[in-house]
Design a protein around this ligand. Structure first.
Ligand code: NAD
Length: 429
C-alpha cells in the first residue's frame, strides 16, 4: 500500500521503516529540513537498535523516502499517519497545535478520499476535532475518514515492538477504513482491536498511566523495604510470579521519566479534571515519582554531607537503556540537582552524550565508562544500561577518592559490592 507518515521522529521514522520492511511504499514527511536532509543522505538522526540497517535496506529498495512536503506525501498515499509531537503545556494539558496544523495541511492537499490516522498520543475526543478541522479546511470537499491508531512502542525496543506488537488498536467512526487498515497491519500478524475513536484514544492514556502506576507502586514498596531491612527485588520477584501481577515494570529505581510517561500522566489527570473527575490515584503516582528522586538525592547528600567542591561521576544520561533520548530523563534531572548542590560532574552514556550536550552545561563528558570515576568522591548509576553491569569495579574503586557508589538502578549485588570494598547505596535494599 502507499502510506505517508507525517512526523519522522522516534515514532514516525520507526513505524514508517517497519511498514516499508513488510512491503508497503512509505513516504516520511518532516518539517525539520535538516532532519530530512540527513535521512536523504543515508544518516539516522536517532539511535534505535536495528533501525539504521532497516532504513538503509528499504531506502535502497525504493520503498522508503523522505520529504519536507506534506502535499507530496498526501498526494501519493491512500493512508496518512500523523506522528507529530503532543508536548505538555504548563498546566499539564496537551499542546495540540502540531496536530491541528498537520490536519490543516492534510486538508489543503486532499483531492480524493483519504484515510487520516492519528498515531500521536492525544486526549480523548481529539479525533472529532481533527475531522472537524479537515472538513473546514478542505476546499475540494472530498470524503475522508479519521482513525485513531495509538502507538505502544518502547524506545530502545521500537523495531522489535513494531514488528511484533502485542496488539494493534484501531478506533473508527465508520467501517469504511477498516479493510485498508487490516491490509496495512496484516503482515504483522498481531491481534487487531477495532473499536470507537474515543475508546482507542483512552486506551493509550489508560495504558501508559497504568504502567507509570506500576512503577510508582514498586517504588513506594522500596521505601518500606529500606525502612524494614527487606529487599525490594525479592519482594518484586515474589509478586511478579503471580500471573495476575506480572514481572514487568516492577524495578525499583530513582523514578521514571522520558518523553511519554510524565506527560501522558499529566495529560490524563487533566482530561479527567475536564470531565469532572479528580484522578487522585494518578496524582499520587506523580508524587511518589518525584519523592523517589528526592529520596535518592537525599541519600547522596547525607553520605557526602556537603556537595560543594565534590566531584561525582554519573553513569547514564538517557532516560532508560538502549536509547539516546534524554527528554525528561531522570538522569539529567539528577545531574542538574547535583550541580545545584555545588558538585562538579564527570558524565558518561553509551549513546546519549550528543543529545545530552544540549541540556547539560559545565560537565566533563568522559568517553569511557571505566574512567568516569577518575578523581571523584562518588559514582552514581542513573540509567540501567546492560553494559554498566560489566563495569571494571576494581578499577572504578581505585580511581575514586572514596569508594562510594549510589546505584539508582539496582544493577549490583549489595553483598558483593561490600566485599569489593564499596560503600554501596541502592534503592529499596
Ligand atoms: P519526536 O519529537 O521524536 O518526532 C516528531 C517529529 O514530528 C519531529 O521530527 C518533528 O520535526 C516533526 N514535526 C512536527 N511538526 C510537524 C509538521 N507540521 N509536519 C511534519 N513534521 C512535523 O516525537 P515522538 O517521540 O516520535 O512522538 C510523536 C508522538 O507519538 C507523540 O504524541 C508521542 O506522545 C507519541 N508516542 C511516542 C512514543 C515514544 O516512545 N517516543 C511512543 C508512543 C507514542
Amino acid at each position: 500500500m502507499n502510506l505517508t507518515l507525517i512526523g519522522t521522529g522516534y515514532v514516525g521514522l520507526v513505524t514508517g521503516t517497519c511498514f516499508a520492511e513488510v512491503g508497503h511504499r512509505v513516504i516520511c514527511v518532516d518539517n525539520d529540513a535538516a532532519k530530512v536532509k540527513t535521512l536523504q543522505a543515508g544518516g539516522i538522526p536517532i539511535y534505535e537498535p536495528g533501525l539504521e540497517e532497516l532504513v538503509r535496506k528499504n531506502t535502497a529498495a525504493g520503498r522508503l523516502s523522505f520529504t519536507t512536503s506534506t502535499a507530496e506525501g498526501v498526494g501519493n498515499s491512500d493512508i496518512i499517519f500523523i506522528a507529530v509531537p503532543t508536548p505538555p503545556q504548563d498546566d499539564g494539558s496537551v499542546d495540540l497545535s502540531f496536530i491541528e496544523k498537520v490536519a490543516r495541511e492534510i486538508a489543503g492537499a486532499m483531492t480524493i478520499y483519504k484515510i487520516v490516522v492519528d498515531k500521536s498520543t492525544v486526549p480523548v475526543k481529539t479525533g472529532d476535532k481533527v475531522a472537524e478541522t479537515i472538513k473546514r479546511y478542505c476546499k475540494a470537499k472530498v470524503e475522508f475518514d479519521v482513525v485513531s491508531n495509538p502507538e505502544f512502542l518502547r524506545e530502545g525496543f521500537a523495531v522489535e515492538d513494531l514488528m511484533k506488537p502485542d496488539r494493534i488498536v484501531i478506533g473508527v467512526k465508520s467501517q469504511r477504513p477498516v479493510p485498508a487498515l487490516k491490509e496495512v497491519y496484516a503482515p504483522f500478524k498481531a491481534p487487531l482491536i477495532v473499536t470507537d475513536i474515543n475508546s482507542a484514544e483512552l486506551i493509550k492514556h489508560a495504558s501508559n498511566s497504568f504502567l507509570a502506576l506500576k512503577i510508582s507502586y514498586i517504588n513506594a514498596i522500596s521505601v518500606l523495604c529500606e525502612a524494614t531491612g527487606a529487599n525490594v527485588q525479592e519482594v518484586a520477584h515474589g509478586m511478579g510470579m503471580d500471573d495476575r501481577i506480572g514481572k514487568r515494570f516492577l524495578n525499583a529505581s530513582l523514578g521514571f521519566g522520558g518523553s511519554c510517561f510524565p506527560k501522558d500522566l499529566s495529560a490524563f489527570i487533566k482530561i479527567a479534571e475536564q470531565v469532572g473527575y479528580d484522578f487522585g490515584l494518578l496524582k499520587e503516582v506523580q508524587k511518589i515519582n518525584s519523592e523517589q528522586m528526592n529520596r535518592f538525592i537525599k541519600k547522596i547528600v547525607e553520605t557526602l554531607w556537603v556537595l560543594k567542591d565534590k566531584k561525582i561521576g554519573v553513569l547514564g544520561l538517557a532516560f532508560k537503556q538502549n536509547t539516546d533520548d534524554v527528554r525528561m530523563s531522570p538522569a539529567i534531572e539528577l545531574c542538574h540537582r547535583l550541580q545545584k548542590e555545588g558538585a562538579t560532574l564527570n558524565v558518561y552514556d553509551p549513546k546519549a552524550m550528543d543529545k545530552a550536550r544540549a541540556v547539560l552545561n559545565n560537565v566533563t563528558f568522559v568517553q569511557d565508562m571505566n574512567a568516569v570515576a577518575e578523581g571523584c568522591d562518588a559514582i552514581v548509576i542513573a540509567t540501567e544500561w546492560e553494559e554498566f553491569k560489566k563495569l571494571d569495579l576494581e578499577k572504578v574503586r581505585k580511581s575514586l577518592t572514596h569508594p562510594i557508589m549510589f546505584d539508582g538502578r539496582n544493577l549490583f549485588d549489595p553483598a558483593e559490592m561490600e566485599r569489593l570494598g564499596f560503600i554501596y547505596k541502592s534503592v529499596g535494599r
